[in-house]
Design a protein around this ligand. Structure first.
Ligand code: IMP
Ligand code: MG
Length: 183
């Protein structure tokens, strides 16, 4: 049996948000963005790999002129907690000067990854930079980073599914689960 289905069958995971609850959070965020960015040129900067599912769903609800870019940053490796050092593995290709940048993340924990990216993108002369996250573990924050758009505030739990991985697996699960017995 595949590892993913075995883990779920063994009940190491409990459902945390189902696809309908996720969809409601995504639509609420999109509706705020459609109001705030009406008539503006927006560049979505998705943080690989975790943000892909959220970004694909969010982008399809947006009505303004929207470009799609990705960055890949490394700070965690296979560990479940942040090592604290961030490096760029893949940078954006677009010129963001004068455009409105929205950093798209699926979850914020310590905030270190985003702080680094936020400061870096601001240096390229965009009209604005804001952060959009589906989930925010705000109690875990160790650096100050302005997160304007939050889908759901969550407690400190290790989550998988909808882009969130456990050692690179489970990103494709349509619902979000939390790990019952972390080790
Ligand atoms: P931060 O720099 O500590 O805020 O780390 C944020 C990144 O860590 C997220 O973009 C995720 O890729 C990863 N991460 C944080 N919490 C979780 C979790 O509960 N499950 C899976 N990945 C997580
Ligand atoms: Mg991420």
């Amino acid at each position: 049996m595949a590892i993913q289905s075995k883990m779920i069958d063994d009940k190491n995971f409990t459902k945390y948000l189902n696809r309908h609850e996720i969809d409601a959070a995504v639509q609420a965020l999109a509706s705020r963005l459609n109001t705030d960015y009406e008539g503006k040129q927006v560049v979505l900067v998705g943080v690989l790999k975790g943000a892909i599912v959220f970004m694909a769903d969010l982008a399809r609800h947006l009505k303004m002129d929207t470009e799609v870019e990705f960055v890949r940053l490394s700070s965690y490796g296979k560990a479940r907690t942040s090592s604290g050092t961030v490096t760029i593995i893949k940078d954006i290709q677009a010129d963001i000067r004068g455009k409105h940048v929205l950093i798209i993340e699926e979850i914020i924990d310590s905030g270190r990854t985003l702080k680094f990216l936020y400061e870096r993108l601001k240096q390229s002369g965009p009209a604005s930079v804001e952060i959009v996250t589906l989930l925010d573990k705000s109690s875990k924050r160790v650096v100050d980073v302005p997160v304007k758009y939050v889908g759901r505030m969550i407690e400190d739990q290790f989550l998988i599914g909808y882009g969130l991985d456990l050692e690179e697996k489970c990103r494709n699960l349509p619902d979000i689960y939390y790990l019952k017995y972390p080790n």
